[in-house]
Design a protein around this ligand. Structure first.
Ligand code: ISJ
Length: 371
């Protein structure tokens, strides 16, 4: 099977090919997945066609309970992060059509979520929508990938071949995520949840003003705090010396400002980081709070399955090192067509028009690389 997995971060570039061992992760249970990963490492070690120091890479879907796709690749290549300018062919691609760029349905979902929040059914839910871009010729994934990397140097940029369902052509999942759900270095673990967003503005003083207003916004701070509280609580169940800063800081991508908080700790002895990743996911940065009510609201309102969007993408080795990031600012390319995803956190006081605009801003990360 031709399985290609690439992750470029500010610190390294990981490129994998082929499948040496599959890791069966059909049950949504962190310890069981950790055990399957350990078995994958054990059987890959010394096995024919295995990489020297095996890693497990793959994807965990958004939906709790749906199977993850994890494997030990055959060929693993580590490099330094991209240095200098990237060669990017910059011819313009005009799409044939863009479906869903204006979504009255999304505004209705937001209004309905605000109503449910007002009725105390939940405090926060992240609602997403998708746009389908059709291009005149098959989309050049190498070009989109190079542009994502060139434009998003601080991001986790990924490119993964998605398996084909019977009768379907294969598709490629590409994106530039700003959000680390779990990084681990031995037993040291950290997370950098983001929630609360404002679009970047053209003038530098206007842009700075937008950032300061975000930092001062009560609505965005509440939205952010729900995520930080949930991630901090989960960390405390799995780690010691947990540090949760009291104040968020500003985090920028080329298109949007976010509020972010870096949470850290030391994993309890004998716990695999994948167990903590499973316990964290999906955080209220992409689901909501309380979790079950938010997931029910997403299932009730959104009209498409999220699949890998808002899931986890990452890698880990047998020594506790790894990084799992959120599959955001992404699209799935299939021939001439790209399906692009974007979501926004809804809390009391959310305005449907502004949330619609926020999802469009987030989708620009991918669309700017496509066109
Ligand atoms: C849901 C997305 O982004 C998430 C939602 C955010 C928000 O609502 O402010 C911010 C960062 C992400 O955690 C997305 O990019 O699709």
């Amino acid at each position: 099977m031709h399985a290609s997995f690439e992750l470029t971060t500010p610190r390294y570039r990981l490129r994998c090919r082929g499948v040496s061992r599959r890791v069966t992760a059909d049950v949504w249970n962190g310890p069981a997945v950790a055990e399957a990963v350990r078995n994958g490492f054990a059987s890959a070690q010394g096995g024919r066609g295995a990489a020297e120091k095996p890693v497990v890479v793959g994807l965990v879907p958004f939906e709790r309970g749906a199977p993850a796709r994890l494997w030990v690749p055959e060929v693993v290549k580590w490099d330094c992060a991209d240095q200098g300018a990237l060669p990017v062919r910059d011819e313009v691609t005009d799409p044939v059509s863009i479906q869903g760029s204006d979504s009255p349905a999304f505004r209705e979902w937001v209004a309905e979520a605000v109503r449910r929040i007002g009725a105390c059914e939940l405090e926060k839910v992240v609602l997403a929508r998708r746009v389908i871009v059709e291009c005149p010729a098959p989309i050049d994934c190498d070009r989109v990938h190079a542009r994502l990397r060139a434009h998003n140097r601080a991001a986790f940029v990924y490119r993964i071949d998605l398996p084909c369902e019977a009768g379907e052509t294969s598709s490629v999942f590409l994106g530039a995520s700003p959000e680390l759900v779990l990084g681990s270095s031995g037993r040291r673990v950290s997370s950098h949840p983001l929630a609360g967003s404002a679009p970047r503005l053209a003038g530098s003083s206007e842009d700075r003003q937008a950032a300061e207003s975000l930092l001062a916004s009560g609505k965005d701070r509440r939205e952010h705090l729900l995520v930080v509280r949930a991630v901090g609580e989960t960390f405390r169940g799995f780690a010691e010396d947990v540090e949760v800063p009291g104040e968020p800081t500003l985090f920028e991508t080329p298109v949007v400002w976010h509020l972010g908080t870096r949470i850290s700790g030391t994993l309890h002895e004998g716990i695999s980081p994948i167990e903590l990743a499973y316990a964290l996911h999906p955080t209220p940065a992409v689901g909501g709070w309380p979790q079950v009510a938010a997931e029910r609201t997403i299932a009730d309102l959104e009209d498409f399955p999220r699949g890998w969007y808002a899931g986890l993408i990452g890698w880990m080795d047998g020594e506790g090192n790894g990084e799992w990031v959120l599959a955001l600012r992404c699209g799935i390319v299939n021939g001439k067509e790209a399906t692009v995803f974007g979501g926004a956190g809804i809390v009391s006081g959310s305005d449907p028009e502004k949330e619609h605009a926020e999802t469009a801003t987030k989708m620009r990360t991918f669309i700017n690389a496509l066109m």
